[in-house]
Write a protein that binds this ligand. Structure first.
Ligand code: AMP
Length: 417
């Protein structure tokens, strides 16, 4: 938890830095909330149950639908754009493996009320910055566009049925299987080559050139180009790649989609998925443009471990040692006084003698120990020991806080009252 909380804190701070406010929704929702969004097939992937009132409920598999429900019920009148972030656990009836769990955490956000290229560029930059800020060295940002994928399908007269069969292959980048599939359709060799080429290129200008003739796509192509320019120039993201093969849940995403991967994770390398979608009208709200993303928190920790990220050790500011049982009450009182100043303080509660207590202090990673024996008590002083150098000094108890303020900067945690 020490590792996880350290990374979680960084994620929450970055969301705040981008102007997002936290939202929390219940762990379970009505089953219908998820089937409305993703169809009946989703039930196989859910933990579902009936409560005592025979209501069909489900543990949430993700937070976008719950947040959209809450928005429609409670937040529609809030000033736009509304920037909401969440951090919470999700449940999926998956076959567990490394990086794929039945209970896992997602950190994500929803941007409600704007669909400008600038807003979308900032959203993508936020996802990228979050993963960079937590300390990941090697991540890949892939951006796609579902309007272009749909146009490609339409151009080649690919039926809805065929689409349903093609999408999983595209999603998993199984291009050999895709080629075999396409060969069993009425498409010409030239068509197949074109489709495969477009699905595999990472170059936006190739895409732009190919779709240029379809006038209805001009705006979407210009917008995509603008987002790329903003990402590289305004947000200094070195190499965003365009991938037409990013298809995600085609059923409710539209236009822009993106994913961030940590190649070091191998099969389960996808850390983040997001894009633009419309769910608000589905849940009975006034249609409003929305976009968002979700980051897999557990996979982020795994990727950091694989990259040998140095997670900081747990440390304390001061370790207090009451030398005899008689000095324990005063030491407890002193510990509380020091904690009120914002310091992290632990105390030897086992009365194990100075030698052993100092050894224990070392396991707590403290730079200073305070020793309070009967003599110190009598003279109203304490002994402050620097644990690195072994140097000790006697300090009048009433000057202790002033001395501490000079030598140890208090942590930014909220002091006790
Ligand atoms: P999704 O909602 O499927 O787009 O998932 C968003 C992110 O959540 C993925 O990119 C993963 O990092 C993470 N994720 C999804 N499913 C699981 C799972 N079963 N276990 C751990 N992480 C997951």
């Amino acid at each position: 938890m020490q590792k996880r909380r350290h990374i979680q804190k960084k994620i929450l701070t970055t969301f705040h830095q981008f102007g997002y406010n936290e939202i929390q929704t219940p762990i379970f929702e009505t089953l219908e909330l998820f089937t409305a969004k993703s169809g009946q097939a989703i039930i196989d992937e859910l933990y579902t149950f009936q409560d005592k009132g025979q209501r069909n409920l489900a543990l949430r598999p993700e937070l976008t639908a719950p947040v959209m429900r809450m928005y429609v019920e409670k937040l529609q009148m809030e000033p736009k754009p509304l920037k909401l972030f969440y951090f919470g656990q999700c449940f999926r009836y998956d076959r567990p493996q490394k990086g794929r769990y039945r209970e896992f955490f997602q950190a994500g956000c929803e941007l409600i009320g704007t669909n400008t290229p600038e807003a979308h560029a900032e959203l993508i930059a936020l996802a990228y910055t979050l993963l960079k800020n937590v300390g990941l060295k090697n991540i890949t940002l892939k951006i796609g566009n579902l309007d272009l994928v749909q146009a490609l399908f339409k151009h080649h007269h690919i039926s809805d049925q065929q689409k349903q069969e093609l999408l999983p292959l595209i999603d998993k980048e199984e291009f050999d299987e895709l080629k075999t599939y396409l060969h069993n359709t009425t498409l010409t060799e030239q068509d197949i080559d074109e489709i495969l080429h477009l699905l595999q290129t990472t170059d936006l200008s190739t895409i732009t050139a190919s779709f240029k003739k379809q006038k209805e796509l001009t705006e979407e192509l210009q917008k995509t180009q603008h987002i790329f320019t903003l990402l590289t120039d305004a947000f200094s993201i070195p190499t965003p790649e365009f991938h037409l093969s990013i298809v995600r849940g085609l059923d409710y995403y539209q236009g822009l989609v993106f994913e961030i991967e940590a190649p070091i994770l191998g099969a389960e390398k996808q850390l983040c998925g997001g894009g633009t979608y419309s769910l608000i009208d589905l849940f009975g709200g006034t249609p409003t443009p929305t976009a968002g993303f979700a980051i897999g928190f557990d996979r982020t920790i795994l990727a950091l471990e694989e990259e040998h990220y140095h997670f900081p050790e747990s440390t304390i500011d001061l370790y207090l040692i009451p030398v005899t049982p008689k000095t324990l009450p005063n030491t407890l009182h002193l510990a509380q006084q020091i904690r009120k100043q914002g310091y992290i303080v632990d105390i030897d509660l086992l009365q194990r003698g100075i030698g052993k207590a100092l050894k224990h202090a070392n396991t707590k990673n403290t730079t200073y120990a305070i020793i309070i024996g009967p003599d110190e008590l009598k003279q109203n002083v304490i002994t402050l020991r620097n644990m690195d150098t072994g140097k000790q000094q006697s300090i009048p108890t009433k000057e202790l806080i002033t001395t501490l303020n000079k030598i140890i900067p208090p942590t930014k945690e909220t002091p006790l009252h």
